[in-house]
Write a protein that binds this ligand. Structure first.
Ligand code: FRU
Length: 496
């Protein structure tokens, strides 16, 4: 059984280009291709990797399996951009072609040194008994974009940890480089460990990050540590958390803790609560960078592991989120779409509308690719909300319940369903700010990203409606509310 899987992977890895062409043709015909999100030409995309600014451009790689929509042997695919909005597909960044990454060039990060971009990632190998051997690998990219693999820089898992040891995130502090790596202790609890290096080549194991969460899930994937406004922020994707009320509803989570800056000698991290980064159905494994202008930017995978998606049979799966700018306000992270996205704005429409005990279809607003700012005020109703991608029997609903101080995204009727075992609604608590709820939406063909109350909360989800479900409605149940709506058509990639 296990051997068969290895053989299958090998076969796909060495497949003729014909297989790729066939998959790409299938993907080209998919009705759910995105217009302004990073997506694979064909195959499966997962985590963002190596997010960086190098040689005058942003570089963003992603985990990619080219020959199917399953989680096969992973490559790094390479994209670049000068404005965080228009991304150039650069082709394969790294293939799993060495003995150290023969079962996948897994997630990792990037840092510049001596005019080279260093890519530090996890290479996975397996023996015939399917035992996994993770190596922390290194490659360089030069200014011509040529990527050269170096020998692994960390070739064993330290005592006390299992083979779930991956996803190095590297940064520089003074004369040293550091990286955090996601790990699983022998007792099956998750954690992150710290390494130090003078030169990105020789790495010394320092020990675990000492957090207040000694037993929080069975594995921490994709750790990321950075400082923002003189505070330390530790971001990671824990697996194995039980659902608590509206929290931790997805198969796996992504979240953060804010604290005093990590003590790099003792590895002590004194921090506050763990908060989820996103309340939507499809968000995982985010990665951040410090942009040259000092902004801390985040991109996540707009998808979830181990879930079947409707495009799986259409030659492609998943996309990345839009880039977001992070700040700390009131002790929590705020996430706002990067300002550069306003370049995509086309024609603008505006509606000011009061709804009484009703649902009103707004005929002047419709579409599938748009940005929208909605302000809901004078809320005198049990439930107020909006419906997007409305069609015959289809709608995606966002509603606020003032008595519960709760905002909900409902994709029960969004179109083709997915992940039903994880429910069809997601909620977060949201106290009214000056009696107002604001929603900032980015709608692409098959996704919705909602920034709530100026980035205080975010809901990121895939939806799979029919292309002719383009309507928009407002509603207020048992009372009234005032809606102020501004919509911008977003220009399709093809039209630019
Ligand atoms: C997270 C993850 C990482 C791993 C990568 C493999 O989604 O499981 O931990 O490096 O995906 O594709």
């Amino acid at each position: 059984m296990k051997m068969n899987r290895t053989q299958l992977y090998r076969k796909l890895h060495e497949a003729e280009t014909g297989e790729w062409e066939a998959l790409k043709q299938l993907a080209d015909q998919s009705p759910w291709r995105q217009a302004f999100h990073i997506q694979p030409e064909a195959g499966l995309l997962n985590d963002p990797n190596g997010f960086s600014f190098f040689n005058g451009e942003y570089h963003l790689f992603y985990q990619w399996f080219p020959l199917g929509t399953q989680h096969g042997i992973k490559y790094w695919y390479h994209t670049s951009s000068t404005d965080l909005v228009h991304w150039n597909n650069k082709g394969i960044g790294m293939a799993p072609d060495t003995i150290y990454d023969s079962h996948g060039a897994y997630s990792g990060s990037a840092i510049e040194k001596d005019n080279l971009l260093y890519l530090m990632y996890t290479g996975n190998t397996r023996n015939t008994d399917w035992k996994r051997y993770p190596f922390q690998c290194m490659a360089t990219m030069d200014q011509q974009g040529v990527i050269t693999k170096l020998p692994p820089v960390i070739d064993k898992v330290p005592a006390g940890y299992t083979d779930h040891f991956r996803d190095p995130k590297v940064w520089q502090d003074g004369e040293y480089y550091y990286c955090v790596i996601g790990a699983q202790r022998i007792d099956q609890t998750g954690c992150a460990v710290l390494y130090q290096s003078p030169d990105l080549q020789e790495w010394t194991f320092q020990g675990e990050l000492n957090t207040a969460l000694p037993s929080f899930g069975y594995m921490w994937e994709c750790p990321d540590y950075f400082e923002l406004d003189q505070q330390g922020v530790f971001l990671f994707s824990p697996q194995g958390l039980a659902t608590i009320g509206d929290q931790f509803q997805n198969i796996y989570q992504s979240g953060y803790m804010i604290g005093t800056p990590l003590d790099l000698n003792t590895r002590q991290f004194d921090h506050g609560e763990f908060y989820e980064l996103d309340h939507g159905f499809d968000f995982y494994a985010p990665q951040t960078i410090l942009a040259p202008d000092g902004r801390r930017l985040l991109v996540g995978w707009l998808g979830m592991p181990e879930i079947d998606y409707p495009t799986d049979t259409q030659g492609w799966a998943h996309c990345l989120t839009l880039p977001r700018e992070l700040s700390i306000e009131d002790g929590q992270l705020r996430q706002r779409p990067v300002a550069e996205l306003s370049q995509l704005r086309g024609q603008q429409s505006h509606v000011h509308h009061t709804v009484h005990h009703h649902r009103d279809l707004i005929s002047s607003i419709e579409g599938i690719h748009y940005e929208m700012l909605i302000q809901i005020s004078d809320i005198q109703a049990d439930k107020v909300g909006i419906e997007v991608r409305v069609g015959t029997d289809e709608k995606t609903v966002l509603y606020y319940e003032p008595a519960l101080e709760k905002l909900t995204l409902d994709r029960t009727l969004s179109g083709q369903s997915l992940a039903l075992e994880y429910g069809t609604t997601r909620s977060c608590s949201l106290p009214l700010e000056e009696g107002i709820v604001t929603l900032h939406l980015f709608m692409d063909t098959s996704s919705i990203e909602v920034f709530v109350n100026d980035g205080r909360n975010v809901f990121t989800s895939r939806i799979f409606p029919q292309l002719n479900s383009t309507g928009f409605a407002l509603f207020a149940e048992h009372g009234s509310a005032c809606f102020d709506v501004t919509q911008w058509d977003l220009i399709d990639k093809g039209e630019q």
